[in-house]
Write a protein that binds this ligand. Structure first.
Ligand code: ATP
Ligand code: MG
Length: 225
């Protein structure tokens, strides 16, 4: 299986003035194309930090990250943004929707950014939002949505481009069992039908069991559970 993501000897520390918080240390990870992985670990162990490094949002203090065999640590911000638009879907732990845009526009945005026709982008966004039960919420801005609705919009935004790699940070944390199962099956469908890599941070053992591999992050390193 060829690699979608590879990390080698990753170190990450937050620096706040004199205070250094070491979070990841000599972490290694290989994720194949079409592979699904759950990452478990206690609150504060560094799961969101790791996803930010995998998605090129932050740069490691030391070590390397490759996305589809391209070394992210040597790229300019502009190139990383391009690469992210081509390959990645990212579901943030705290949704990061654009507050001045409707649910529909938020979901269509990644397609518009890559230059798709506006009509087609809005149609695709409306179909996906309808699939996840938000048919009557197209025009709501994030502040006019419930927490779980925002989370679903954020998931739709990550899935809309059918990315070859989906990074999801507790995507079902605010959802009831039915909605969690629905969005999970959309993510697994992308993973299986498009051979996309899926990396899911979760505290939910049952969801983790649906992934091909379960890894636990502890003391800055990953191990098979
Ligand atoms: N900007 C920052 N400056 C300093 N320390 C930070 C910063 N952001 C996060 N940390 C610390 O880094 C550690 C890892 O944070 P991270 O958000 O990656 O944890 P997590 O595993 O995602 O936790 P949770 O399950 O609660 O989401 C935490 O101890 C946190 O306090
Ligand atoms: Mg987190």
């Amino acid at each position: 299986m060829s690699n979608m993501i590879k990390c080698q000897d990753l170190d990450y520390s937050y620096h706040d003035g004199e205070v250094k918080t070491s979070v990841l240390s000599s972490l290694n990870l290989n994720i194949g194309k079409g592979e699904s992985i759950a990452i478990l670990g206690q609150s504060g162990c560094g799961k969101s930090t790791l996803l930010n490094l995998l998605g090129g949002i932050d740069k490691p203090t030391q070590g390397k990250v490759w996305l589809d065999n391209i070394d992210l640590t040597t790229l300019t911000e502009e190139k990383i943004t391009q690469l992210r638009a081509q390959h990645l879907g990212f579901v943030y732990q705290f949704h990061h929707l654009l507050k001045d845009f409707s649910a529909l526009d938020n979901v269509a945005m990644p397609l518009l950014i890559r230059g798709d026709n506006k009509q087609a982008a809005l149609l695709a966004a409306s179909e996906l939002l309808s699939t996840i039960g938000l048919k009557d919420r197209f025009d709501h801005r994030p502040a006019e949505l419930s927490g779980g609705e925002r989370q679903r919009v954020a998931i739709a935004r990550a899935l809309i481009t059918q990315p070859s790699c989906l990074l999801a940070d507790e995507p079902t944390g605010n959802l009831d069992a039915k909605n969690a199962a629905d969005v999970l099956s959309l993510m697994i469908e992308l993973n299986q039908a498009q051979n996309s890599a899926l990396v899911m941070v979760t505290h939910d053992e049952k969801i983790a069991q649906k992934m091909q591999r379960i890894l636990v992050l502890e003391n800055g390193q990953l191990s098979e559970s």
